[in-house]
Design a protein around this ligand. Structure first.
Ligand SMILES: Nc1ncnc2c1ncn2[C@@H]1O[C@H](COP(=O)(O)OP(=O)(O)OP(=O)(O)O)[C@@H](O)[C@H]1O
Ligand SMILES: [Mg+2]
Length: 312
């Protein structure tokens, strides 16, 4: 069975008569590359993207997807053109959090990304039925990532954020290997059990020479309605400690706010519904700091360039 057929079989969404856009499966894919192939991908789809930033953690459930989406919106509010790629092939969240529609197929095998409030968005969930598991082996998931990088018409963007899955596995390595990442934002919760996994992500990015732009501590504390006191449910200052360890700034401490989960489930994220809340203000602060950090790491020529990782 060829690669194209395998992807088609795995995604195989049941399309209705009215649907005009194709599934990922319907889009011709480049020839399969073996894991050992270190050839540069076609970067045509990325050639007007100034900066790619991964949002990762290593740890699951700490808020990577929530941070990616709200940060994308906050960067846009700073006047930037922003895209968001959901690289979580097995547990995609961005479609649910935005209800973004299935992308269209353009001429020349390119996919037009979906649009959410001006953010260009792509997620594998846009190509499959709700609740359908992505039964893909690692190399095929990595191939979907390659397609997202090389066959999505991202157009002109200041920032393309990449919402990473948990762990430090195939997808993270594929991305770090083939995408010219200009930095990574780390997300953690304060407790040590989270920091243990996030340190593995730090080590991965450092090994791959991807600069760490900063650490977001999510679910830092809870402010009780009646006493207005900060309750540090998951210990205190883990994010600050991690930031010091990796020599990067602490970008913000975001409180636990039940409206964050409600907003995500409504398909209208916190930064859209409550931009002036404490959480909303934290995202504005993160965006400002990320812009400053990314400029600092980018260097003086302002050009991203393309690099090919060399394994040590
Ligand atoms: N600050 C917060 N306050 C309250 N709920 C939050 C906060 N941040 C995230 N959440 C909620 O926590 C849950 C997990 O968040 P999210 O899906 O963004 O994590 P993740 O790290 O992307 O998870 P995964 O590893 O599965 O991809 C979601 O229900 C989200 O709405
Ligand atoms: Mg996620």
């Amino acid at each position: 069975m060829n690669f194209f057929k395998k992807v088609q079989d795995k995604f195989s969404p049941k399309r209705t008569e009215t649907e005009v856009a194709p599934s990922v499966a319907a889009i011709p894919v480049p020839p399969v590359e073996t894991a050992s192939s270190a050839e540069a991908p076609k970067v045509g789809a990325l050639d007007r993207v100034k900066s790619l930033i991964a949002v990762g953690s290593g740890k699951g459930g700490v808020g990577k997807s929530t941070v990616s989406l709200n940060l994308a919106l906050a960067l846009q509010q700073q006047g930037k053109k922003v895209g968001l790629m959901d690289a979580d092939i097995y547990g995609p969240s961005q479609q649910h959090m935005t209800r973004a529609v299935r992308p269209k197929l353009l001429d020349g095998d390119l996919i037009e990304p979906s649009d959410y409030e001006g953010i260009k968005l792509i997620s594998v969930a846009m190509f499959s039925n709700s609740g359908q598991a992505q039964l893909l082996r690692g190399p095929m998931a990595a191939q979907v990532i390659r397609q997202f990088l090389s066959q999505v018409a991202w157009g002109e963007l200041d920032y393309l954020l990449i919402d990473l899955p948990p762990g430090t596995g195939d997808i993270q390595l594929t991305l770090a290997q083939i995408a010219p990442l200009s930095g990574a934002v780390l997300v953690t919760t304060p407790q040590e059990i989270s920091l243990i996994d996030v340190r593995k992500a730090v080590s991965m990015f450092q090994t791959l020479n991807v600069p760490i732009l900063g650490v977001v501590e999510n679910m830092s504390y809870f402010i009780c309605d009646s006493c207005e006191k900060k309750h540090y449910i998951f210990q205190q200052s883990g994010g600050k400690k991690l930031a010091a360890e990796c020599g990067a700034p602490l970008l913000a401490e975001i409180p636990i706010d039940p409206r964050v989960a409600e907003a995500s489930d409504d398909g209208r994220p916190m930064f859209v519904q409550h931009p002036s809340s404490t959480v909303g203000q934290a995202y504005t602060q993160i965006a400002e700091k990320v812009l400053a950090q990314e400029q600092m790491h980018r260097g003086s020529d302002g050009a991203l360039g393309y690099f090919l990782l060399e394994w040590k």
